[in-house]
Design a protein around this ligand. Sequence first.
Ligand code: OMP
Length: 310
Amino acid sequence: MAFDRLIDKIAEMQNPTVAGLDPKLDYVPEFIKEECFAKYGKTLEGAAAALFEFNKALIDALYEVVPAIKPQAAYYEMYGWQGVKALADTIAYAKSKGMFVITDGKRNDIGTTMEAYAAAHLGSTTVAGEEVEAFGADALTVNGYLGTDGIKPLVNICKSGDKGIFVLVKTSNPSSGELQDKKLDDGTTVYEQMGKMCEEWGTELEGKYGYSGVGAVVGATYPEQLAEMRAKCPHTFFLVPGYGAQGGGANDVKNAFDENGLGAIINSSRGIMCAWKKQGLTENDFAKAAYNEAVRMRDEIIGCIGKIKK
Ligand SMILES: O=C(O)c1cc(=O)[nH]c(=O)n1[C@@H]1O[C@H](COP(=O)(O)O)[C@@H](O)[C@H]1O
């Protein structure tokens, strides 16, 4: 099961974090952009080449200390098909370095269309009888608010292809409570209900460490809800965004973990990509700064939760 592989890497590295690769062109240092624009012009192709060079340098700096990356698809799609190719190339490169890849697409649709998304991001696509992998991530973020029809196709592919999903449960953004905190007739909240559905969907994808292949997204910006959901969803592995740039710290995310330090992976995107700004370094040292920040983040979280035990 895919999250068993992720847990193995987390425990081996003693690092429950994921580096978010959300590379706006503004974050890419001038020297990389100049090289790429000289080669391809100030075009989508030039921009996409710059994103990939930036990502490659970050992956090279991080892969020995950070178990996973999470590229958010929007930052690639905004540069057209050339950007989407940079996403595919980034996924392939991270996998070649042994990293676990979570594509952040927050996808959802009705059953048949969801099957197409599932094939695109986690499974394979049939071309004239040949099975071809399209993006090939290990896991995908999804929106479960269309219900079981939108999740079932993913569960099937996760089962056959050793993949996982993270379903949005309690998101990190300020207005997430407008809908997710609403109380239902039985007194529970909408996000609680979604957590319960993750537990149910996950029964088909049991893992050896007690966590299923159906994970949940719960934001670092809501530490109380993190604790509540950790207790209520004992088989659901959490992806926790909101650390760093959105204000979350180690104390806010510690509730996401179980007594063995398992059960969650904490994301930081801008905090890692733009770390040089806070370290008195120049943008040319962005990769070194990203490494420093990844190590600091790891040490801060491990300092709070203790050694990770499988
Ligand atoms: O699914 C996500 O990853 C996600 C869910 C959520 O509730 N909040 C959230 O910030 N994210 C993503 O996590 C990343 C956070 O980025 P930083 O705030 O720069 O660390 C972005 O890619 C967001 O799209």
